[in-house]
Design a protein around this ligand. Structure first.
Ligand SMILES: Nc1ncnc2c1ncn2[C@@H]1O[C@H](COP(=O)(O)OP(=O)(O)OP(=O)(O)O)[C@@H](O)[C@H]1O
Ligand SMILES: [Mg+2]
Length: 478
């Protein structure tokens, strides 16, 4: 049953417009019978108007099984029901046409691979406003949908790619961080190693310098001892020859005296005359006094040389090195003073204030070195003005003796006091002091189980006091 066109679209002109309209459109009446099916609809859905108009089979263009289209719901007044069931919430009221609804859906049966359609259905009313049918327009949005989903896919791909890349980057970053951390650890270890090596190197340098210094001291000692030994022999026979010479000269003068006395009795005046002339020429009287004086001075000189040589031998005592013997410290001090005399004599007067002390068990040559260092330091501490170096000895009780070396030099700055016994601590210019003197003194005094103390007032002087036990414990002096 086909209603009259005019009921829905009055006038053939409008019907022609409807047919020529580029948007696919169909209409149904209140009995759900198709009244219009335009050519755009034919093209889009693949069903001709001839096949559709007058039937209720418009569903076939969309679905496999019979069901209501949007236009049918409007005609039946079932929108609410269709929204819940058939269209599952996809329906939206049109914002332009009152009472119209629209939706977008995919129709797998249209065409070879289905189409996306945007469809709008509006109610049709006559002049009195009564419902006479419904019209539905269909817009193919497949291309847009495809483009959208392609875009979405591309977007998804991109996101995937970004996520993958991000993950890769994060992993790489983590590896890099790991790498850096490991490198930092290695670096730290290397730095620690380097520090340890530098420290070790410093220690080695110190040890080497110490070794060099003690080697130097030892070789100087040996050299001095060797020279002293070599000089000792010739001085020995010069000294003894000198004694003999003195005797011979005395004899000769006695004979000369006798000749002088006999001169008056010489009978031949020419001989007597010649003798007198000779005596006056050589000034025998002067010779007599001068020879005595020369002999006296020379003897003193030889005695002094002998003493210096003896002191040198005593001081170095290479033969007695490392041996514990009983010795009088005062002798050692005297010997040492003779050795350093040259260093001291232009700078200070030496005053000896020896108290009585017993012999002590010691290594004399080493203690001599200690005293030498203290005396030389004292001499070096003197300023422009000539000063005084006082050497004292004494004993507290029967078990300990002490030696003091006091000077009137410049004193030691308080901040240096705690460091003067450190090896290589020196306030002297480079090349002038090694800073080992007091360190060696300290070591030697410790070896003797004694102690070394210092008092100093800047500007007025310094006193070093060494206290030593008289007897070494049995283990210390094997
Ligand atoms: N009697 C003193 N008066 C003032 N300062 C002193 C005296 N004795 C030592 N000092 C200070 O202590 C430092 C260390 O003395 P030490 O004898 O160990 O080394 P040094 O004299 O500098 O060098 P060297 O190895 O040639 O003896 C000296 O440089 C000096 O500053
Ligand atoms: Mg010194």
């Amino acid at each position: 049953m086909r209603p009259d066109d005019d009921t829905i679209f009055p006038g053939a002109a409008l019907s022609a417009f409807f047919d020529g309209h580029p948007v696919a459109t169909f209409a149904i009446d209140t009995d759900h019978v198709v009244t219009h099916w335009n050519s755009a609809c034919e093209q889009l859905l693949g069903y001709s108007a001839a096949a559709m108009v007058g039937t209720r089979e418009h569903w076939k263009a969309f679905y496999r099984r019979p069901r209501a289209c949007l236009a049918d719901l409007l005609v039946a007044g079932d929108i609410a029901l269709g929204q819940q069931g058939l269209y599952q919430g996809k329906l939206k009221p049109s914002s332009v046409i009152p009472g119209a609804y629209e939706a977008e859906d995919f129709f797998p049966n249209i065409g070879a691979s289905g189409h996306w359609l945007h469809f709008t259905a509006a109610p049709l009313r006559d002049r009195q406003g009564r419902l006479v049918g419904a019209i539905e327009t269909l817009r193919d949005v497949t291309e847009r949908r495809n483009a959208e989903s392609a875009l979405r896919r591309a977007h998804d791909n991109l996101e995937n790619l970004v996520a993958r890349r991000t993950a890769q980057l994060a992993e790489m970053n983590e590896r890099l961080a790991d790498d850096i951390a490991q490198r930092e650890i290695a670096d730290m270890a290397l730095r620690e190693r380097n520090l340890a090596l530098t420290e070790l190197n410093d220690k080695l340098t110190l040890a080497q310098q110490k070794l060099l210094q003690s080697e130097k001291l030892a070789s100087i000692g040996q050299l001095a001892a060797g020279v002293a030994h070599e000089i000792n022999n010739p001085i020995g026979y010069v000294f003894s020859n000198f004694g003999a010479l003195e005797g011979y000269l005395a004899d000769l003068f006695t004979v000369l005296d006798a000749y002088e006395e006999a001169e008056a009795d010489i009978a031949m005046p020419a001989v007597a005359q010649r003798l007198r002339a000779l005596r006056e020429q050589i000034d025998l009287a002067f010779l007599r006094t001068d020879i005595g004086q020369l002999m006296g001075e020379s003897k003193e000189g030889i005695v002094r040389v002998r003493r210096i040589v003896q002191d040198l031998k005593d001081f170095s005592r290479t033969d007695a090195l490392q041996q514990w013997v009983w010795a009088d410290l005062r002798q050692g001090i005297d010997t040492t003073l003779n050795i350093v005399n040259n260093e001291v004599k232009y700078k200070a007067d030496v005053i000896k204030q020896y108290g009585d002390i017993p012999d002590i068990e010691c290594q004399p040559s080493e203690l001599n070195q200690v005293i030498l260092n203290l005396v030389v330091n004292a001499a070096h501490a003197m300023g422009e003005a000539r000063g005084r170096i006082t050497l004292r000895t004494g004993c507290e009780n029967d078990s300990e003796v002490w030696i003091e070396v006091e000077d009137t030099g410049g004193g030691i700055a308080p901040e240096h006091l705690s460091r003067i016994f450190d090896p290589f601590f020196t306030t002297k210019a480079v090349g002038q002091g090694t800073g080992l003197g007091l360190s060696l003194a300290y070591t030697t005094v410790q070896k003797h189980h004694g102690r070394i103390e210092v008092r100093s007032v800047v500007g007025s002087g310094t006193t070093f006091r060494i206290t030593l036990p008289v007897r070494q414990a049995p283990l210390a002096a094997p």
